[in-house]
Ligand binder design. Structure first.
Ligand code: JB2
Length: 215
């Protein structure tokens, strides 16, 4: 039997619950505790203890080596990125987690701190950056490039050769057509269809997707 590595989760809300479910099905990790806001220390998430607050992170990184940022990301990636940078600066390692129900091609690459959740697929030639969420049932097709601190929400479809810049969020069931490039700091609303390149930061929605506001 192979050894499971203790892992600390940072952020104990809804996304953390989904991550716990992924980790419990993995033989690679055992959940050692959760870090959340100070007032939540002592509470539990799905039976796992919130063992420390952000203020105690330095000590937690001294005691453990492997981490995953489990604060979610609906619009801004700022909090996820802040914790990612903090853990790295303190010398911690960010895990790469792939659900046993997901498929990641042997010809794809995932960056540190990235999770591929249940029933998601990352196909051949795809490159996914660091601290990115490929959420349940998302599809990342062949040769797609996705940057750091992104979130492909549940059921999002990123077709072949598309590119997604850093800090960009693709909403649930949005579709990015083949070869389309989306820049940094862009939010694509749920169900949108993007058929042309987008480079100006902002929130885009609809079919075809149009800008509806600034971020
Ligand atoms: O400053 C913070 C902080 N602010 C919020 N420090 C720490 N350590 N944790 C913080 N949090 C924690 O993030 C909250 O205490 C809470 O545990 C969590 C936010 O929980 P919530 O359930 O509101 O959202 P989420 O970020 O876990 O999940 C969102 O994103 C997912 C991808 C949700 O909208 C989910 O539905 C979605 N699937």
């Amino acid at each position: 039997m192979k050894d499971s590595q203790p892992i600390i989760l940072i952020g104990g809300g809804g996304h953390c619950k989904s991550v716990i479910d992924v980790l419990e099905m993995s033989e690679d990790f055992v959940i050692a505790g959760i870090v959340d806001k100070a007032y939540r220390v002592g509470a539990k998430v799905l039976g796992y203890d919130i063992i420390a607050s952000d203020q105690q992170l330095e000590q937690v990184v001294a005691d453990f080596s492997c981490f995953l940022i489990t604060v979610g990301q609906i619009e801004s990636s700022a909090l996820r990125e802040q914790f990612y940078q903090q853990v790295k600066a303190l010398g911690g390692d960010l895990a790469i987690v792939v659900s046993s129900l997901a498929h990641v091609s042997d010809y794809a690459q995932l960056g540190e701190g990235t999770i591929v959740m249940h029933r998601a697929m990352v196909n051949a030639g795809a490159v996914v950056g660091c601290n990115t969420i490929i959420n349940s049932q998302a599809l990342v097709e062949h040769d797609v490039w996705i940057g750091d601190h992104c979130h492909m929400a549940t059921g999002a479809i990123i077709n072949g050769d598309a590119q997604i810049g850093h800090h960009t969020f693709i909403g649930s069931h949005a579709t990015i057509l083949q070869g389309v490039t989306i820049g940094e700091n862009i939010i694509i609303g749920a169900g949108a269809v993007v058929h042309r390149p987008i480079d100006e930061p902002g929130v885009y929605a609809g079919v075809p997707a149009c800008k509806i506001r600034d971020v």
